[in-house]
Design a protein around this ligand. Structure first.
Ligand code: SF4
Ligand code: SF4
Length: 259
């Protein structure tokens, strides 16, 4: 490992003798602590290519492991195990099994982009975190995250109509992640909006709940976007070696072409 960080030492790899005397010298406990070396045999040599095939991961190969991203990271400041530099390192070496050990915290990235602003090599580490999170979901290592469900609902509405309507997005998002619409914070938000927003604006918002807003003559743009998205998806799934998803994306592309 090029950079030694205490937080990366796995507790199970730290060994010490509670009671040890060498040549008459007591080296028990702390004095006999050592870190067991690891032997890695299960490399995924395509891992970097797979991450580079996903949006945000394209420039991961530029990383020179300076550690500035981790040093600047908002989440790392409260959880030292959240370590973008280390995950980029694992991806570049193809150490998939090691990466999977952290699969339940990678999604914690809050997209603040501090890492991206400070990176001297324009790697776009925030995008790389997104790409790794996406990769984990596509490969079935983690369930679909709520943020991914939100992105899908948002994009679907834009692609379908060329405009968004916030009420529908919230409603569809909650339905997709299996949460009730009647949440205390949402009820309070609506109550305050009703109290403070001008009547004209409230009326327009109410109307757009009844008749979904759409951009005029959107059909051609919609077909082109759907075709592009389906092509990109098929390309990404092919890079990740997910043949059944490639086939589904191809069918989707063909469908949008003939729609
Ligand atoms: S700041 Fe950029 S170059 Fe440095 S470790 Fe992070 S991603 Fe790599
Ligand atoms: S975007 Fe994510 S990885 Fe980058 S600094 Fe913010 S929380 Fe950390």
């Amino acid at each position: 490992m090029p950079i030694h960080e205490k937080s990366l030492i796995r507790p199970e790899n730290v060994k010490s003798h509670e009671s040890l005397v060498v040549d008459g010298v007591d080296v028990s406990g702390h004095w006999s602590t050592f870190i067991q070396s690891r032997v890695v045999t299960d490399y995924n040599e395509a891992l970097q290519d797979e991450i580079e095939a996903l949006p945000g991961g394209e420039l991961i190969h530029r990383c020179w492991q300076c550690g500035s991203c981790t040093n600047a990271c908002t989440v790392n400041a409260v959880n030292p195990e959240f370590n973008p530099r280390f995950w980029i390192y694992l991806v570049r070496l193809g150490m998939e099994a090691e990466l999977l050990r952290d699969k339940d915290i990678i999604w914690q990235c809050v997209s603040c982009n501090k890492c991206t602003n400070i990176c001297p090599r324009d790697v776009n580490p925030e995008g790389v975190m997104k790409a790794i999170g996406h990769w984990l979901e596509l490969k079935g290592h983690t369930p679909k995250s709520p943020s991914m469900a939100f992105d899908e609902v948002f994009s679907e509405q834009i692609i379908r109509r060329g405009k968004i309507e916030e009420g529908r997005i919230i409603q569809q998002f909650f339905a997709r992640v299996g949460q009730p619409l009647a949440q205390d914070w949402l009820i309070e938000l609506v109550r305050r909006l009703m109290r403070h927003l001008p009547v004209g604006l409230l009326t327009r918002m109410g109307m757009s709940r009844l008749i979904a807003p759409r951009t005029r003559n959107w059909g051609a743009a919609r077909a082109a976007i759907e075709e592009y998205v389906a092509e990109q998806r098929a390309e990404q799934h092919r890079a990740l070696g997910l043949p059944e998803l490639v086939e589904a994306a191809r069918r989707e592309a063909a469908g949008s072409h003939h729609a």
